[in-house]
Design a protein around this ligand. Structure first.
Ligand code: ZN
Ligand code: FE
Length: 265
């Protein structure tokens, strides 16, 4: 499978996901029409890249993830627009209403929806598999590289449960998230867990990529487990830094870490 990040707005990513065998493709999170349509144009002559866009995969209803649907879906004749069932009426042009574990295909790629409420109640991650490739997951604003989304419609137990589901994916799974927040997330990770060498290594990697103007995505679930504070709620050092009791539950610890991040400068 081939995945191309399409930078949109100030720090969003839409993604082009292509099945190389059939040339069928999907767009994950049509943030805005312009950059997405431009990414499909080749050579400036208006000829579309040699792929057929058969679906839009919306991770959640926020405007910076679906703002281009109304223009792009009819323009490209896209027949399937996926989102969570509970996002009915909130995702423009939605045609498919997913529940936990639902599967569908894009060419020969198998896509499975995981319901991951917390940032919003209808947040969905899309896990894409095609042997012999490593799986990938599109996590929207729930799991960022080295961070997690704000709790707009959910609470810490909900987010903790959702992140725990993602943490259990195959560690080789490559994570593509909705925003380029990696460097500032890693600054916070270094603040709460200063002796974690994986954080230091991830910071070096991220700053080198950003200096070259490249996206930091993807990282793997295995990588994230080593430095993402929201997947490391049991870390004694993080708990000590933020004054979280050893006896506090994972959900309570996550709530405290999220709160600290909200005000971290
Ligand atoms: Zn969002
Ligand atoms: Fe967003």
């Amino acid at each position: 499978m081939r995945i191309t990040p399409i930078p949109c707005l100030s720090d969003n990513y839409a993604y082009l996901l292509v099945c190389p065998e059939t040339k069928e493709a999907a767009i994950v999170d049509v943030s805005e029409a312009g950059p997405v349509l431009a990414a499909l144009d080749k050579g400036g002559g208006g000829s579309r890249e040699d792929v057929k866009i058969v679906a839009v995969l919306a991770t959640h209803h926020h405007h910076d993830h679906v703002g281009g649907n109304d223009e792009v879906v009819p323009k490209l004749g896209i027949e399937r627009v996926y989102g969570h069932a509970s996002d009915k009426g909130r995702i423009p042009r939605q045609t498919h209403f997913l529940e936990e574990g639902d599967t569908f295909t894009i060419g020969s790629l198998l896509v499975r929806a995981i319901h991951i409420p917390g940032h919003t109640t209808g947040a969905v991650a899309y896990v894409v598999t095609r042997e012999p490739h490593d799986p990938v997951v599109f996590t929207g604003d729930t799991l960022f590289l080295a961070g997690c989304g704000r709790l707009f419609e959910g609470d810490p137990p909900m987010m903790h449960a959702s992140l725990s589901k993602l943490a259990k994916l195959d560690p080789r799974t490559r994570v593509y998230c909705g925003h380029e927040y990696t460097e500032s997330n890693l600054r916070f990770a270094a603040h709460v867990e200063p002796s974690n060498q994986a954080v230091a290594r991830a910071r070096t990697r991220a700053s080198e990529l950003r200096k070259e103007g490249k996206p930091t995505v993807p990282a793997t679930i295995g990588d994230e487990l080593t430095y993402n504070p929201f997947l490391r709620v049991d870390s004694p050092e993080i708990r000590k830094t933020l004054g979280i009791a050893e006896s506090a539950s994972g959900a309570d610890a996550l709530g405290a870490i999220r709160k600290a991040k909200d005000t971290f400068k």
